[in-house]
Design a protein around this ligand. Structure first.
Ligand SMILES: NC(=O)C1=CN([C@@H]2O[C@H](COP(=O)(O)OP(=O)(O)OC[C@H]3O[C@@H](n4cnc5c(N)ncnc54)[C@H](O)[C@@H]3O)[C@@H](O)[C@H]2O)C=CC1
Ligand SMILES: O=C([O-])CC(=O)C(=O)O
Length: 343
C-alpha cells in the first residue's frame, strides 16, 4: 500500500506527473493538492483502470491536511516556472514561501513521508524544507530529496543523440552531480555507461556539457513565455518517485543521483566533503536507496581534469543557494520568536 501525494497537482508538471503516478501499479492511493482545479484533475484521473484511488483537494476545509494524511511519498512541483531571461534563483521570491508553507503541512501531518522537491530553485528549496523539518523536530535527512533526475534524463538523451542511436538512451546512465541550476549541474561524462566517440572534438564535448547544464533554458526559450519543462519533468519525476517507492517496498540495488543532505549518510558525506574540499550541507550525488530512504551517498570517485574544474566551478554558487534557502527560514522563525517589534 503506497499513498503518493502531489502538491501543485493541477500545474504543468503536476498533471502529467499525477497521470504517471496513477499509471504506476505500485501506487494504491493518490492525493492531489493545488490551490485550483484539483477536483477536475482527480475526477479525470479516477476513470483510469489502475489500482490507485484518486482524491483531489483544495485549500478550503483543511484540504492540505486531508491530502497529506497517511502519505508515504510527497512530490512537490508547486510554484511558478521561469520565463525567458530569468534564472531559477529569480523564482526564489515567490517559490520559497510556497515551499515553506507546504513543508510545514508535511511536517505537521505526514512527518515520516519521503519528500521529493521539484519546485525551483531546487538548490534553495530543499534547504528550506530541511529547516522547516528541523524546527518541527521531525527532520530525517534520509527522507528528503531534491529531484535532479531531469538532468540525468537529458544527459542520457543527448549522449544517445551523439552516438546516433536514440533507442540506446534508456540504457545510457550518466551521473549528473552538484545541484540543479546552470554551472551547478555537473555531468560526469567520463563515467557514462556508454563512452562518447573518441573522435568527439573538445569543442563538441564542451558544447555537450553546456547543453546538459542549460537544457532547461532550451525549453524555456522554445516555450517563449509559456513556462518551462513540464512533460520531460513529469517523466523524470515519476521515474525518481518510482525508484523511491520500489526501494521502500524492499527492492535492492536501486540508486539514482539526487540533491540530498550529506547528513543522510555521515560516512559517505564525509568522503564527499573531502573530495569537494569544502563543507556543503547538500549535494547531488548518486545515492543508494533502501526502505528508510538514503542508504549510502556515493563518492564522486576519480574525475578527469575537466570534470574537476566543473565541480570546482559549481561549489560557490551551490554554497550561496543553500545558504539563501536556510537563512530564509531561519530568519522567519527568528522574527516569530522575537515577536512583533515594539513601537
Ligand atoms: N526540478 C526540476 O528539474 C524542475 C523544476 N521545475 C519547477 O517546477 C515548478 C512548477 O513548474 P510548472 O508545473 O511548470 O508550473 P505551473 O505554474 O504550470 O504549475 C504550478 C502549480 O503550482 C500551483 N501552486 C501555486 N502555489 C501553490 C500552493 N501554495 N500550494 C499548492 N499548489 C500551488 C499552481 O496553482 C499551479 O497549478 C517551477 O518552480 C519550476 O521551475 C520545472 C522543471 C524542472
Ligand atoms: O529550466 C527551468 O526553469 C526548469 C528546470 O529546472 C529544468 O528544465 O531543468
Amino acid at each position: 500500500m503506497v499513498k503518493a501525494v502531489v502538491l501543485g497537482a493541477a500545474g504543468g508538471i503536476g498533471q502529467p506527473l499525477a497521470l504517471l503516478l496513477k499509471a504506476n501499479p505500485l501506487v494504491t492511493e493518490l492525493g492531489l493538492f493545488d490551490i485550483v482545479n484539483t477536483p477536475g484533475v482527480a475526477a479525470d484521473l479516477a476513470h483510469i483502470s489502475t489500482p490507485a484511488k484518486v482524491e483531489g483537494y483544495l485549500p478550503a476545509d483543511d484540504g492540505l491536511k486531508k491530502a497529506l494524511a497517511g502519505a508515504d511519498i510527497v512530490v512537490i512541483p508547486a510554484g511558478v516556472p521561469r520565463k525567458p531571461g530569468m534564472t531559477r534563483d529569480d523564482l526564489f521570491k515567490i517559490n520559497a514561501g510556497i515551499v515553506k508553507d507546504l513543508a510545514t503541512g508535511i511536517a505537521t501531518t505526514a512527518p515520516k513521508a519521503f519528500v521529493l522537491v521539484i519546485s525551483n530553485p531546487v538548490n534553495s528549496t530543499v534547504p528550506i524544507v530541511a529547516e522547516v523539518f528541523k524546527k518541527h523536530g521531525v527532520y530525517d535527512p534520509k527522507r528528503l530529496f531534491g529531484v535532479t533526475t531531469l538532468d540525468v534524463v537529458r544527459a542520457s538523451t543527448f549522449v544517445a543523440e551523439i552516438l546516433g542511436n536514440l533507442s540506446l538512451s534508456k540504457d545510457i546512465i550518466v551521473p549528473v552531480v552538484g545541484g540543479h541550476s546552470g554551472v551547478t549541474i555537473v555531468p560526469l561524462l567520463s563515467k557514462s555507461t556508454h563512452p562518447l566517440p573518441a573522435s568527439l572534438s573538445t569543442t563538441d564535448y564542451e558544447a555537450l556539457i553546456k547543453r546538459i547544464q542549460f537544457g532547461g533554458d532550451e525549453v524555456v526559450a522554445a516555450k517563449n513565455g509559456a513556462g518551462s519543462a513540464t512533460l520531460s519533468m513529469a517523466y523524470a519525476g515519476a521515474e525518481f518517485a518510482s525508484k523511491v517507492i520500489r526501494a521502500v517496498n524492499g527492492e535492492k540495488g536501486i540508486s539514482a543521483p539526487s540533491f540530498v543532505p550529506l547528513a543522510a549518510d555521515p560516512a559517505g558525506g564525509a568522503v564527499l566533503t573531502e573530495e569537494l574540499g569544502q563543507e556543503l550541507e547538500f549535494f547531488s550525488s548518486t545515492v543508494e536507496l533502501g526502505a528508510e530512504g538514503v542508504v549510502k551517498i556515493n563518492p564522486l570517485g576519480s574525475l578527469t581534469d575537466a570534470e574537476k574544474a566543473l565541480v570546482k566551478a559549481a561549489i560557490p554558487e551551490l554554497a550561496t543557494n543553500i545558504q539563501k534557502g536556510s537563512n530564509y527560514v531561519i530568519d522567519i522563525y527568528k522574527k516569530e520568536e522575537d515577536g512583533p517589534a515594539r513601537l
